[in-house]
Design a protein around this ligand. Sequence first.
Ligand code: GAR
Length: 201
Amino acid sequence: PARLVVLISGTGSNLAALLEAAADPGYGAQVVAVGADRHSATGLEHARAAGSPVFVERVGDYAERSAWDRALATQVAQFEPDLVVSAGFMKLLGPAFLTAFAGRTVNTHPALSPAFPGMHGPRDALDYGVKVTGCTLFVVDDGVDTGAILDQRAVEVAADDDVESLHERIKIAERSMLVEQVGRMAREGWIIDGRTVRVGG
Ligand code: GAR
């Protein structure tokens, strides 16, 4: 199966969905490690419960951000991932990381790119007053939520939505999009620069 390293910062509901899917050998991918940028990421419990190795690399533990970037890349490389899944990882990945895992790092964003990039997709969509928003799965590049789009799912905004209720509905769509697409990439390969690349063995 394809080897996944998943990076998280928060509750890890996307990670939990991947772990559940990967428990089925037919899924085609396994979570070989889970990394976070903070010890308080409660999603690490999902990883521990599933017996997956965990690691934490905190920006604040390094004198420079570039040193953190290199340390994170080194940690992830130890697990020899075919695909890195940034699932609610709230730090921008740096050049060392993106060079090491170019074209092999995907991210989910809780808005329909290119609308509402950044940390507050659901809030910004609500503030703008859009009637439809959603989620995006994309290949990470050096911009903020700008990489090549792999999939999107639409979610309607309800008249009585607040940020939390909207984000929760987006996350339902996000989980199924992520599980479907990562499994498909693992089983069928994916397109990078016009070539189909198999991420799994
Ligand atoms: C997800 O909705 C993810 O798209 C979002 O954080 C949430 C994490 O949830 N990420 C971003 O906003 C990144 N710009 P989770 O920890 O429960 O998977």
